[in-house]
Ligand binder design. Structure first.
Ligand code: SF4
Ligand code: SF4
Length: 446
């Protein structure tokens, strides 16, 4: 939670450590800028992340849900703590719900929900900080909401959604909405380590008094504390269930009971069904091994693409809808659009060098020098001008090198379209006629 709230303020090389600007489609992760052109990297990273969670779920159940999911962390570490401070423990809360509406109940409800709403507002601002950056967020705060009504309205809508999730819906999100929870049944097997009740040791269960009278009984004294502390309200003694978010609250509660009744801890513990039933230890099987291999392969490809990714990307296209232009005496041109994505944090002066055809000339529509600003997209247009007499084909190949600060960035290829010079055409026509005659002669000879 501390990392989450501190995140927008953390900088790396004077840039945000993590910026997920979906509005401008720009992402900064540990000082590296990613653009929509890096979608392949993003897709690979997401696939690796999903597979990592699947592998972890197969091995350790819903560890993510209980220990890393922001929904659980905010709910258990923030909202429930506030609720316990104001409304008291579970029994006191039940009494408060049943109690008539009086000054005490109204005061507690108003205080609790005001704090809930303010916390939701803080969380919504934190998320906004990750999206637009903390510097931009500070400017919005300084300017005041009236100057940025659209953004303020979005902030209030998100605050209300967070409030509704944390104050009202709570674990219903985990049970009914979260797709990961619904997929749990597909991922777990009898070797998965989950929060499990040791039924071999615990059954037959029975109250402590009866236990003393009618021995032997299992270790479970049926106190139902594990059920009472469960945030999703399930009885883990009925087996692994979709609703279990692996928070381990039942383990702590049961261990306390076991200590009190002088029995070994671990009646509810992290274990696999095979471990409880057959006493087998954890081991990798074909499925987990295959997930592991695919995960390493995916992440390896991601790292390779990350290391070899270009920091400046160039796209060169002939301007659509235009064939060629007749320039001053005896010259023909084609118009091209060129686009640069500068993923670096430096200004890049761009220079184009015509490699093929060597006798052509590049003329920029809006000046000679292209300057692509840091973390941005630069666009320009230029004419490639050739002597009409040098044009030998209707469509010939063009090669252009892109240089910046004395470094070759990219080699681009395109086409130059123009009518062949008349003289050239006549010469070729002469050749063609000669060839035609020769063919005819050949035919005759035959
Ligand atoms: S209390 Fe136990 S059964 Fe309930 S969600 Fe947490 S780990 Fe699962
Ligand atoms: S807390 Fe332990 S002893 Fe009590 S009911 Fe649950 S499993 Fe049985």
């Amino acid at each position: 939670m501390a990392m989450m709230f501190a995140g927008p303020f953390l900088k790396f090389q004077n840039r945000p450590l993590l910026l997920l600007n979906v509005l401008e489609r720009k992402f900064i992760i540990v000082g590296m800028v990613f653009w929509p052109q890096d979608l392949n990297l993003f897709a690979l990273l997401m696939l690796s992340f999903v597979l990592f969670i699947v592998l972890f779920t197969v091995l350790f159940g819903r560890v993510w849900c209980g220990w890393a999911c922001p929904q659980t962390i905010f709910l258990e570490m923030l909202f429930r703590k506030v609720e316990y401070l104001i409304d008291g423990d579970a029994q006191q809360q039940k009494r408060l719900v049943a109690q008539e509406w009086n000054t005490e109940k109204i005061a507690k409800r108003v205080l609790k929900h005001t704090i809930f709403w303010l916390l939701s507002f803080l969380i919504a601002n934190t998320f906004l900080g990750y999206i637009i950056g903390i510097d931009e967020l500070k400017l919005l705060v300084i300017d005041g909401p009236m100057q940025h009504l659209g953004k303020f309205a979005a902030l209030i809508i998100f605050t209300t959604v967070f409030y509704f999730v944390f104050a009202k819906m709570r674990e219903l999100v985990c049970i009914f909405i979260c797709p990961y929870g619904r997929l749990q049944g597909l991922m777990l097997d009898k070797n998965s380590m989950v929060v499990a009740y040791d039924f071999v040791r615990g059954e037959p269960r029975g109250k402590l008094k009866k236990l003393e009278e009618e021995k032997p009984k299992g270790d479970c004294i049926d106190c139902k504390l594990c059920v009472n502390v469960c945030p999703t309200g399930i009885d883990i003694r009925n087996g692994t269930q979709l609703e279990c978010i692996n928070c381990t609250a039942c383990i702590d509660a049961c261990n306390e009971v076991m200590v009190k009744v002088d029995r070994p801890e671990g009646l509810i513990r992290i274990a696999s069904i095979n471990n409880i039933n057959l006493g087998t230890k954890f081991s990798w099987n074909l499925r987990t091994g295959a997930y592991g291999v695919v995960l390493v392969a995916l992440f390896g490809v991601f790292l390779y693409l990350l290391v070899t990714r270009k920091l400046v990307e160039t796209t060169l296209l002939r301007t659509p809808g235009m064939m060629f232009q007749t320039q001053e005496e005896g010259k023909i041109s084609n118009l091209y659009n060129i686009e640069f994505v500068n993923k670096t944090f430096d200004e890049l002066p761009i220079e184009l060098k015509l490699i093929k055809p060597a006798n052509g000339e590049i003329r920029f529509v809006d000046g000679q020098q292209i300057m692509v600003h840091k973390e941005s997209v630069g666009k320009s247009s230029f004419f490639l001008v050739l002597e009409e007499s040098s044009i030998k084909r209707n469509s010939s190949e063009v090669e252009i090198e892109v240089w910046s600060n004395g470094k070759l960035i990219e080699e681009m290829k395109s086409k130059f379209n123009a009518p062949v010079h008349k003289k050239e055409k006549d010469e070729h026509k002469g050749d063609d006629e000669h060839e035609h005659e020769r063919m005819k002669g050949g035919k005759h000879e035959n």
